[in-house]
Design a protein around this ligand. Structure first.
Ligand SMILES: [Zn+2]
Length: 474
């Protein structure tokens, strides 16, 4: 009998220990719960000992108590397991939703003596891959060899805002590159992987299908928001505004109820998701009570836009190198908003929200793309021997905009901001004629050429083809 009782005693003690163990292994259990649980268990333990001391006298009572204790402990264990599982589930859900996963991943990489490290770097203005890699403790021989390889393969262009993924492995105090991924455009990713001391560099491209679409809308507030509402991609909107930039003053001509239509190329992936856009084939605006339709046509190996009469829209400079902006201050004498005294305002201000794209108002070469006096982030373009245009207060520069780069008319050179001496987001636009600042809004621009003879005939054929296609796609 005593033997049996000892066995039971040992068993119940074990059970109590197990319960404690469960409690201690539950790090996330509320403190109050632990305390009440512990005190209850202590009482149980004391009682068990008491019962064992009076074992012979109260044999039956003991059995009853033993069963009762067993059930109490059993119920508590089951309860704890349930509680704990629920807690884990909740924790796991919020864990997945939070950024904890990321930080834990980097924690593991950083603190558990793993030789591997993983980085995700967001490209900033004027970054080169070489510059980015130098920010990390990466073997300089590897940086040099990768940098020269990608230049050779013409895969070195990285763009602000995109992400570079880097995995390194620590070896003799420097980090060796294991893999490196970065996008170079909307559909192409460069993959660099270590392979037996060398690097395999591959260009991975999404396979895309060409598609033609016609989208149109009525303007409610401004062209940009109405075009977005019609499902037109931002770069097509910019291109559209660029094409019409010579004919339409987006600042003054557009009224609520004016309409537009655009026929252009989209490139879609296997899931029919638009990954890229191509050229505008046709664009039309009904503005100032007249319709203006422009057709894409290749003449002298150069694509351009021509009206129904075969007249090119190209002019030397745009009046408004920005879309969806409001002319907020014109050229002339004014009280300077910051300096407070009257001063000649030697440019034109267009108020627009931060981040609105700014276009090169004509083709040319970038003279300057850096901070400049009160202009803040500043770009100037030399168009020919006579004209230079300048753009101030930008929040950031356009992709690849650097001194010496040749840009085409309409290329995004930067984005509206409020850097330098500025009271709010706007574009300060200047036109310099022979070095002297002139009023861009009064500039008389030479008009475009008119197609004639054979070119005109070819244009008529193309134009009819486009009209037929338009009627089909509408
Ligand atoms: Zn200004």
């Amino acid at each position: 009998m005593a033997k049996k009782a000892n066995k039971i005693k040992a068993h119940s003690a074990l059970l109590v220990e197990k319960v404690w163990l469960i409690i201690y292994q539950t790090p996330t259990m509320p403190e109050g719960k632990i305390n009440s649980f512990l005190s209850l268990s202590t009482t149980l333990k004391k009682r068990t000992i008491l019962i064992f001391n009076n074992l012979n006298k109260k044999k039956y009572l003991f059995k009853f108590f033993l069963i009762a204790i067993f059930f109490v402990i059993y119920a508590l264990i089951v309860n704890q397991i349930k509680f704990h599982t629920k807690l884990k589930e909740n924790n796991f859900d919020s864990f997945l939703e939070s950024n904890e996963l990321d930080s834990i991943k980097s924690y593991i990489f950083e603190n558990l003596n793993s030789p591997y490290k993983e980085y995700s770097y967001t490209v900033e203005n004027n970054d080169t891959l070489e510059k980015v890699l130098k920010k990390y403790n990466i073997d300089s021989n590897e940086i040099n060899s990768i940098a020269s390889e990608i230049v050779k393969k013409k895969l070195s262009n990285i763009y602000a805002g995109t992400k570079i993924q880097i995995v390194t492995k620590k070896e003799n105090n420097t980090d060796k590159i294991i893999s490196l991924f970065y996008p170079i455009d909307a559909i192409t990713t460069v993959e660099i992987k270590r392979n037996e001391g060398k690097f395999d560099i591959t260009k991975v491209e999404l396979k895309l299908k060409r598609k033609e679409v016609v989208l149109s809308n009525t303007i409610k507030n401004n062209l940009y928001s109405s075009a977005v509402a019609a499902g037109i991609e931002p770069n097509i909107i910019v291109e559209f505004a660029n094409i019409f930039g010579f004919e339409v003053d987006f600042q003054r001509d557009i009224r609520t109820g004016d309409t537009f239509e655009v026929y252009y190329e989209q490139y879609v992936d296997d899931d029919n998701v638009v990954r890229n856009t191509g050229k505008i084939i046709y664009a039309s605006m009904f503005v100032n009570n007249k319709e203006l339709s422009l057709y894409n046509f290749k003449h002298d190996n150069k694509e351009g836009y021509y009206d129904v009469d075969g007249k090119s829209v190209i002019k030397t400079l745009m009046k408004t190198p920005i879309n969806g902006a409001r002319l907020s201050s014109s050229f002339g004498m004014r009280k300077h908003p910051i300096l407070g005294y009257n001063k000649l305002h030697q440019g034109t201000d267009f108020a627009a929200s931060t981040g609105t794209p700014i276009m090169a108002s004509g083709s040319g070469v970038i003279l300057r793309a850096q901070k400049y006096k009160g202009y803040g982030n500043y770009v100037s373009i030399k168009h020919n021997s006579t004209y230079v245009t300048a753009y101030g207060h930008m929040s950031k520069y356009g992709r690849g905009i650097k001194k010496g780069v040749r840009v085409n008319q309409g290329r995004i050179i930067g984005y509206v901001g409020s850097t330098g001496m500025s009271t709010g987001p706007h574009l300060h636009y200047e036109v310099l004629k022979n070095g002297k600042r002139i009023n861009s809004q009064r500039l008389k621009l030479p008009s475009g050429k008119i197609l004639s003879n054979e070119a005109r005939n070819k244009f008529e054929v193309d134009r009819i083809k486009i009209d037929v296609k338009l009627a089909e796609l509408r």
